[in-house]
Design a protein around this ligand. Structure first.
Ligand SMILES: Nc1ncnc2c1ncn2[C@@H]1O[C@H](COP(=O)(O)OP(=O)(O)OP(=O)(O)O)[C@@H](O)[C@H]1O
Length: 249
C-alpha cells in the first residue's frame, strides 16, 4: 500500500500538491488521471523519493519515508519497476542487456538464471527474436514493450507507469494494456498508472483517482467514475470544452 497523508509540494510560488490524501491499494491496478500539469508525474516522483514533500507523509507498506536517507531510498527503489513516458532505454545496450539491467543491479542471481528470466520476459512481450537489437533499431511500440519487460524483470512489488501508451497506435495501445493487466494478475503487484487514455483506464483499472488543483477530487472503480454526476469528472472523462475546468488555448 502506498499512502499520501496531507502532502504539500510547491515549486517556488507554484503550488502543485495541496494537502494530497491518497491510498494506492496493494495488489491492484491504480490509475491516476488529471489534466496536463496537474501534478501526476510529481506524485510518482514522490513515491520514488526523487522529489521530497514540503510537508505531509508518504508511507510505503506502512513505513513512513519521512526520515529516509538516500541509502534507504535506494533499497526501497529495488522493490519498484518503472516504465517512463519516453521508454528511457539505454541506447548503447541491446534489448537483452536493457532487460537484464535491473536483474544485475538489484539481485544476486547467476547469469544463467538472468538469461532465462530475460528470455521469458521478452517472450511475454513478443520480442524474443529481437533481443540482440539496439533500441535505435526498434519502433516506438517495440521500445515501450522492451521498457515494459525491463520494468517487470525482477517481479517487483510495485510497478509505476508514466503514460505507457502515449504516442502509440490504438492497436499497440491495446497490446500494452493487455500486457499490464496480465502482468499484474501474474505478479499480484501494486501497479500505479498515469494515463490520459480513458479507454485503457476504464478497461483495466481496478481503482481510478482524479487529481485536480493539488488534491484527489474523485476516486472509485471504473463503473463508479463512469456513472458519477460530478461535473468536473464528467467534463474531464468526456473531454468537453464547457464545464467547471478553465480552458486555455
Ligand atoms: N522540478 C520541477 N521544478 C519546477 N516545477 C516543476 C518541477 N517538476 C514539475 N514541475 C511543475 O509542476 C507541475 C506539474 O507537473 P507534472 O509533470 O507532474 O504534470 P503532469 O500532470 O504529469 O502533466 P502531463 O500530463 O502533461 O505529463 C507543472 O506545472 C510543472 O511545470
Amino acid at each position: 500500500m502506498i499512502e499520501f497523508d496531507n502532502v504539500y509540494k510547491s515549486f517556488g510560488k507554484f503550488h502543485v500538491l495541496k494537502g494530497l490524501d491518497l491510498t494506492l491499494e496493494s495488489g491492484k491496478i491504480n490509475f491516476v488521471i488529471g489534466r496536463s500539469g496537474s501534478g501526476k508525474s510529481v506524485l510518482l516522483k514522490h513515491i520514488l523519493g526523487f522529489i521530497k514533500p514540503d510537508s505531509g507523509n508518504i508511507c510505503i507498506d506502512g513505513q513512513d519515508t519521512a526520515g529516509y536517507k538516500e541509502q534507504d531510498w535506494q533499497v526501497l527503489r529495488r522493490r519498484f519497476g518503472m516504465l517512463f513516458q519516453d521508454a528511457a532505454l539505454f541506447d548503447f545496450m541491446t534489448v537483452r542487456q536493457n532487460v537484464a539491467f535491473p536483474l544485475i543491479e538489484n539481485t544476486r542471481k547467476h547469469s544463467d538464471e538472468i538469461n532465462e528470466i530475460v528470455s521469458r520476459k521478452l517472450e511475454l512481450v513478443g520480442l524474443k527474436n529481437h533481443d540482440s537489437k539496439l533500441p535505435s533499431e526498434l519502433s516506438g511500440g517495440m521500445r515501450k514493450r522492451v521498457a515494459f519487460a525491463r520494468a517487470i524483470a525482477t517481479d517487483p512489488d510495485f510497478v509505476l507507469f508514466d503514460e505507457p501508451t502515449t504516442g502509440l497506435d490504438p492497436i499497440v495501445c491495446s497490446v500494452i494494456d493487455n500486457l499490464m493487466a496480465d502482468a499484474q494478475r501474474e505478479l499480484n503487484s501494486t501497479f500505479v498508472v498515469i494515463s490520459h487514455d480513458m479507454k485503457a483506464t476504464f478497461k483495466i483499472a481496478h481503482k481510478i483517482f482524479m487529481l485536480y488543483n493539488g488534491e484527489i477530487v474523485a476516486q472509485g472503480t471504473p463503473d463508479e467514475i463512469q456513472q458519477t454526476g460530478d461535473p468536473l469528472v464528467r467534463q474531464f472523462i468526456e473531454g468537453h470544452l464547457t464545464g467547471p475546468f478553465e480552458i486555455f488555448y
